[in-house]
Design a protein around this ligand. Structure first.
Ligand code: ZN
Length: 177
Protein backbone atom coordinates (compact mmCIF):
# COMPACT_ATOMS: atom_id res chain seq x y z
CA UNK A 1 0.00 0.00 0.00
CA UNK A 2 1.17 3.53 -0.75
CA UNK A 3 0.26 6.85 0.80
CA UNK A 4 -2.09 7.68 -2.05
CA UNK A 5 -4.06 4.55 -1.23
CA UNK A 6 -4.68 5.41 2.42
CA UNK A 7 -8.35 5.88 3.20
CA UNK A 8 -9.78 8.88 5.02
CA UNK A 9 -10.26 6.62 8.06
CA UNK A 10 -6.60 5.54 8.00
CA UNK A 11 -5.42 9.14 7.60
CA UNK A 12 -7.69 10.12 10.51
CA UNK A 13 -6.30 7.48 12.83
CA UNK A 14 -2.69 7.98 11.73
CA UNK A 15 -1.80 4.32 11.36
CA UNK A 16 -2.57 1.31 9.22
CA UNK A 17 -2.83 -2.38 9.90
CA UNK A 18 -0.40 -4.32 7.71
CA UNK A 19 -1.85 -7.80 7.39
CA UNK A 20 1.21 -9.49 5.89
CA UNK A 21 3.59 -8.03 8.50
CA UNK A 22 1.11 -8.58 11.34
CA UNK A 23 1.86 -5.06 12.51
CA UNK A 24 0.39 -1.61 12.95
CA UNK A 25 2.40 1.01 11.08
CA UNK A 26 2.58 4.75 11.78
CA UNK A 27 1.78 6.60 8.53
CA UNK A 28 3.94 9.56 9.54
CA UNK A 29 7.28 7.79 10.10
CA UNK A 30 6.75 4.14 9.23
CA UNK A 31 7.48 2.77 12.70
CA UNK A 32 6.04 -0.75 13.11
CA UNK A 33 4.28 -2.21 16.14
CA UNK A 34 4.04 -5.97 15.83
CA UNK A 35 0.88 -7.66 17.01
CA UNK A 36 1.53 -10.37 19.58
CA UNK A 37 4.48 -8.57 21.14
CA UNK A 38 4.12 -6.60 24.33
CA UNK A 39 5.22 -3.00 23.86
CA UNK A 40 6.37 -0.82 26.71
CA UNK A 41 5.80 2.91 26.99
CA UNK A 42 6.31 5.15 30.02
CA UNK A 43 6.87 2.06 32.14
CA UNK A 44 3.58 0.40 31.14
CA UNK A 45 2.94 -2.68 29.03
CA UNK A 46 0.82 -2.02 25.95
CA UNK A 47 -0.78 -3.94 23.11
CA UNK A 48 0.52 -3.12 19.63
CA UNK A 49 -2.50 -1.01 18.70
CA UNK A 50 -2.38 0.98 21.92
CA UNK A 51 1.37 1.43 21.42
CA UNK A 52 1.00 2.85 17.89
CA UNK A 53 -1.68 5.26 19.15
CA UNK A 54 0.56 6.47 21.98
CA UNK A 55 3.50 6.69 19.55
CA UNK A 56 1.50 9.07 17.32
CA UNK A 57 0.80 11.31 20.31
CA UNK A 58 4.37 11.16 21.68
CA UNK A 59 6.33 11.35 18.43
CA UNK A 60 4.06 13.43 16.21
CA UNK A 61 1.96 15.48 18.65
CA UNK A 62 -1.19 13.62 17.58
CA UNK A 63 -2.83 13.03 14.20
CA UNK A 64 -3.75 16.69 13.66
CA UNK A 65 -0.15 17.88 14.07
CA UNK A 66 1.12 14.91 12.07
CA UNK A 67 -1.11 15.75 9.12
CA UNK A 68 -0.52 19.51 9.20
CA UNK A 69 3.25 18.91 9.44
CA UNK A 70 3.26 16.95 6.19
CA UNK A 71 4.84 18.51 3.13
CA UNK A 72 2.63 21.27 1.71
CA UNK A 73 2.53 19.38 -1.56
CA UNK A 74 0.88 16.50 0.30
CA UNK A 75 -1.83 18.31 2.29
CA UNK A 76 -2.27 21.15 -0.20
CA UNK A 77 -3.22 23.73 2.45
CA UNK A 78 -2.08 27.35 2.35
CA UNK A 79 -0.41 28.82 5.44
CA UNK A 80 -3.54 30.79 6.34
CA UNK A 81 -5.81 27.75 5.91
CA UNK A 82 -3.50 25.81 8.20
CA UNK A 83 -3.52 28.65 10.77
CA UNK A 84 -7.32 28.73 10.73
CA UNK A 85 -7.58 24.94 11.04
CA UNK A 86 -5.13 24.97 13.95
CA UNK A 87 -7.21 27.66 15.67
CA UNK A 88 -10.38 25.60 15.15
CA UNK A 89 -8.56 22.54 16.51
CA UNK A 90 -7.55 24.53 19.60
CA UNK A 91 -11.22 25.60 19.94
CA UNK A 92 -10.40 29.29 19.64
CA UNK A 93 -13.29 31.66 18.89
CA UNK A 94 -13.25 33.89 15.80
CA UNK A 95 -12.28 37.03 17.71
CA UNK A 96 -9.28 35.38 19.41
CA UNK A 97 -8.20 33.86 16.11
CA UNK A 98 -8.52 37.18 14.30
CA UNK A 99 -6.42 38.97 16.92
CA UNK A 100 -3.74 36.27 16.93
CA UNK A 101 -3.50 36.14 13.14
CA UNK A 102 -3.74 39.92 12.69
CA UNK A 103 -6.79 39.69 10.41
CA UNK A 104 -10.42 40.76 10.76
CA UNK A 105 -13.17 38.57 12.18
CA UNK A 106 -14.86 38.76 8.76
CA UNK A 107 -11.73 37.30 7.15
CA UNK A 108 -11.68 34.47 9.71
CA UNK A 109 -15.31 33.73 8.79
CA UNK A 110 -14.46 33.80 5.08
CA UNK A 111 -11.60 31.33 5.63
CA UNK A 112 -13.92 29.02 7.60
CA UNK A 113 -16.58 29.27 4.90
CA UNK A 114 -13.99 28.38 2.23
CA UNK A 115 -12.75 25.42 4.29
CA UNK A 116 -16.30 24.05 4.54
CA UNK A 117 -16.69 24.53 0.76
CA UNK A 118 -13.43 22.61 0.20
CA UNK A 119 -14.73 19.83 2.45
CA UNK A 120 -17.92 19.53 0.38
CA UNK A 121 -15.93 19.55 -2.86
CA UNK A 122 -13.44 17.01 -1.52
CA UNK A 123 -16.28 14.63 -0.58
CA UNK A 124 -17.86 14.94 -4.02
CA UNK A 125 -14.47 14.32 -5.65
CA UNK A 126 -13.98 11.20 -3.50
CA UNK A 127 -17.42 9.93 -4.48
CA UNK A 128 -16.68 10.61 -8.17
CA UNK A 129 -13.35 8.78 -7.97
CA UNK A 130 -15.10 5.82 -6.34
CA UNK A 131 -17.17 5.57 -9.55
CA UNK A 132 -13.96 5.45 -11.57
CA UNK A 133 -11.44 3.61 -9.39
CA UNK A 134 -13.33 1.24 -7.10
CA UNK A 135 -13.62 -2.12 -8.91
CA UNK A 136 -16.66 -3.14 -6.84
CA UNK A 137 -18.53 0.06 -7.74
CA UNK A 138 -17.52 -0.12 -11.41
CA UNK A 139 -18.39 -3.80 -11.76
CA UNK A 140 -21.75 -3.28 -10.05
CA UNK A 141 -22.56 -0.44 -12.46
CA UNK A 142 -21.62 -2.60 -15.46
CA UNK A 143 -23.62 -5.54 -14.12
CA UNK A 144 -26.73 -3.36 -13.75
CA UNK A 145 -26.30 -1.76 -17.18
CA UNK A 146 -29.01 -3.23 -19.49
CA UNK A 147 -26.72 -2.57 -22.51
CA UNK A 148 -23.98 -4.72 -20.98
CA UNK A 149 -23.64 -8.29 -22.20
CA UNK A 150 -22.48 -9.31 -18.75
CA UNK A 151 -19.38 -10.94 -20.16
CA UNK A 152 -16.89 -8.16 -19.55
CA UNK A 153 -13.64 -8.69 -17.76
CA UNK A 154 -13.70 -7.59 -14.12
CA UNK A 155 -12.37 -4.07 -13.87
CA UNK A 156 -9.47 -2.90 -11.72
CA UNK A 157 -8.34 0.69 -12.08
CA UNK A 158 -4.61 1.27 -12.47
CA UNK A 159 -2.88 4.59 -12.92
CA UNK A 160 0.81 4.23 -12.34
CA UNK A 161 1.51 7.77 -13.54
CA UNK A 162 0.10 9.11 -10.29
CA UNK A 163 2.97 8.98 -7.81
CA UNK A 164 2.23 11.62 -5.20
CA UNK A 165 3.75 9.46 -2.46
CA UNK A 166 7.18 10.09 -4.01
CA UNK A 167 6.89 13.69 -2.84
CA UNK A 168 7.42 12.78 0.76
CA UNK A 169 10.30 10.65 2.06
CA UNK A 170 8.26 9.27 4.98
CA UNK A 171 5.96 7.44 2.64
CA UNK A 172 8.67 5.74 0.68
CA UNK A 173 10.84 4.58 3.56
CA UNK A 174 8.38 1.87 4.46
CA UNK A 175 6.88 -0.47 1.99
CA UNK A 176 3.28 -1.32 2.82
CA UNK A 177 2.46 -4.37 0.79
ZN1 ZN B 1 5.50 7.69 13.69
Amino acid sequence: MEFKELTVDELSQGYVWDESAGAYICIFCGERFEEGLIHSSHGRMLTAERAVKEHITDAHGGVFDGLTSLDKQIHGLSDSQRDILEGMYMEKDNKTLATELGISVATVRTHKFNIQRMKREAKILLALLEQIENPDVVNERKRLDPKSDGGQEPFAYQDNEFEINRLHPFFTQFNLK
